[in-house]
Design a protein around this ligand. Structure first.
Ligand code: UAG
Ligand code: ATP
Length: 483
């Protein structure tokens, strides 16, 4: 592709006679190869404009930046909003690959991974080849690809869309991805809004701007495409109202109101009853908890929009294998049940503890969890309160340090313990905290470990283990051997 064609697509005036062939696109100077077009972006950590010279030295054919001029020597074009332009350029460069697929975008504070796995399972079971882009991994052309972001950076994203020969693409769309225009240049056939609760306020500042950011996903749906929105919670209701009044999309609602297009009548232990138009059906609950009835309904509704009859979806759900670190259960040698879960927001923790406590009944109940350094600190007290309310013992530890020291994170965690409540136990080493709870829990109790889910540890701990699952397995093997 030639430079001028690309600039013209981006509405950038090409005040030059030169028209080199562009061999690639990037916003990272160190990834530049000969013939690349480099976009200079002002980011949170760094300013890409500082790296223009390096980009030229690495062979950039041209640079687009937000400063009117540069001291670096080479073809330079000024433009506004290079983040957005980078995404549009990547889409154009890779031949607008979204057009090859039926595209689903899923957003919400919690449940994106769960709903995307459920939808992918239903579609694949129905014979629709389906790519999945998200937090746990990406899945393209039936192969698992490592994921570093929930919503990849625009160049990676467009490359993945280009590589995928799958009929459908189901992707998690994070609020960071939306704020940074990573999905610009994609049009969706359908999008799902799951919920909006307290998280990421370190990044978005207020719930209002967090909401505005999430709501943006629905402006990327094609005309008369489908918006599937959960009516539980005030932000879902608001989005339903805003989109319905515009009348440009088909709006399907799901939730616990009789007026919802997909109405969840009641939720049992292993099933829930769903009403859609004149159809009343019983649906197997693939994972415990009321919130998973909501996630499953979102997936069933999205699949119906793809043409999968509800009765077929129900059949396929019977063979769903679960998701790493989402209510993942193990039973120990002494009958103690361990649950590993990725909950890391007040709502997520509250939902999963309620589901786990319902399962545990009167059995002793232990909860191990922690926080990440340098992330939203305003959610911490609420999460500790919720844990203390549900648990016989709460063990506070560390999720990830992410640039702060253990001492600092533990001090912040201790300061977040609400006054007037009974006290949690604090053990900074995550593996020791898990061992402590597993050792202390009498036979047949329930121990739930949240925050990391399937993620690998970033820190070195006392016991040789790299994830919550492997710590639990290590405890099991050491203690079984001692019997
Ligand atoms: C806060 C945040 O989201 N940052 C993302 C953002 O980086 P940034 O704008 O801060 O970039 P920066 O490091 O300041 O650099 C600015 C520019 O200088 C360039 N640069 C920098 C150094 C250099 O040597 N040369 C160079 O050209 C960079 O390539 C960049 O273009 O844009 C980058 C490229 O897209 C992302 O990799 C990066 O994700 C960081 C690593 C990250 O951790 N993001 C997380 C918070 C995130 O996005 N999470 C969501 C899920 C959240 C959730 O739901 O839990 C996700 O979608 O994954
Ligand atoms: N619909 C929901 N409402 C509230 N909490 C939920 C919901 N679905 C899942 N959760 C909780 O949130 C945790 C994370 O779920 P999941 O990974 O599906 O969400 P996510 O939106 O993909 O999160 P992230 O983007 O941070 O990876 C689950 O382990 C569960 O505890």
């Amino acid at each position: 592709m030639n430079l001028k064609a690309l600039l013209s697509h981006l509405h950038i005036a090409a005040n030059t006679d030169k028209d080199p062939i562009i061999t690639g696109i990037t916003s990272h100077s160190k990834k530049v190869e000969p013939g690349y077009l480099f976009f200079a972006i002002s980011g949170v950590q760094a300013d890409g404009h500082q790296y223009i010279q390096e980009a030229f030295e690495n062979g950039a054919a041209a640079v687009v930046g937000e400063y009117r001029e540069t001291s670096a020597s080479g073809l330079y074009f000024y433009a506004k909003d290079t983040k957005r332009l980078l995404s549009l350029a990547a889409s154009y460069f890779y031949d607008e690959p979204y057009k090859k697929h039926k595209m689903t975008g899923i957003t919400g504070t919690n449940g994106k991974t769960t709903t995307s796995f459920l939808l992918q399972h239903i579609l694949v079971s129905h014979g629709i080849s389906t790519a999945l882009f998200g937090t746990v991994h990406h899945f393209i052309n039936t192969k698992v690809v490592k994921s570093s972001h929930t919503t990849p950076d625009p160049v990676t994203l467009q490359k993945m869309l280009r590589e995928s020969n799958d009929e459908a693409v189901v992707m998690e769309v994070s609020s960071h991805g939306l704020e940074q225009n990573r999905i610009e240049g994609i049009t969706y056939n359908q999008a799902i809004f799951l919920n909006l609760t307290h998280d990421h306020l370190d990044y978005h500042g207020t719930m209002e701007s967090y909401y505005q950011c999430k709501a943006k996903l629905f402006s990327y749906i094609k005309p008369k495409g489908t918006a599937i929105i959960c009516s539980e919670g005030s932000y879902g209701k608001r989005l339903i109202q805003e989109l319905s009044s515009k009348n440009t999309l088909q709006v399907w609602t799901y939730g616990k109101r009789k007026t919802d297009h997909f109405y969840i009548e009641d939720v049992g232990k292993n099933y829930f009853n769903l009403v859609h138009e004149t159809m009343h059906v019983t649906v197997p609950l693939p994972l415990p908890g009321d919130y998973n009835a909501l996630n499953t309904t979102a997936a069933i509704a999205a699949a119906l929009d793809y043409g999968v009859p509800i009765k077929d979806s129900i059949n396929y759900l019977n063979t769903f294998q679960g998701i790493p670190g989402r209510f993942e259960e193990l039973t120990l040698y002494n009958g103690t049940e361990v649950i590993i879960d990725y909950a890391h927001t007040p709502d997520g923790v509250s939902q999963v503890l309620e589901a786990a406590r319902n399962k545990a009944g009167s059995r002793p109940f232990y909860h191990v969890f922690g926080f990440r350094g340098n992330r939203d600190v305003t959610k911490r007290s609420e999460m500790i309160s919720i844990s203390l309310e549900y648990s016989d013992e709460t063990v506070l530890t560390v999720d990830d340090l992410d640039g702060v020291t253990t001492e600092q994170l533990i001090q912040e965690t201790t300061e977040a313990i609400p006054v007037g409540t009974h006290s949690p136990t604090v053990i900074s080493d995550r593996t020791e905290a898990i061992f402590y709870a597993l050792r202390k829990a009498p036979p047949k109790s329930v121990v739930i470990i949240t925050g990391k889910g399937p993620e690998n540890y970033k820190e070195k701990y006392q016991y040789p283990s790299d994830s919550d699952l492997s710590t639990v397995k290590l405890f099991q093997s050491l203690n079984k051997a001692a019997l």
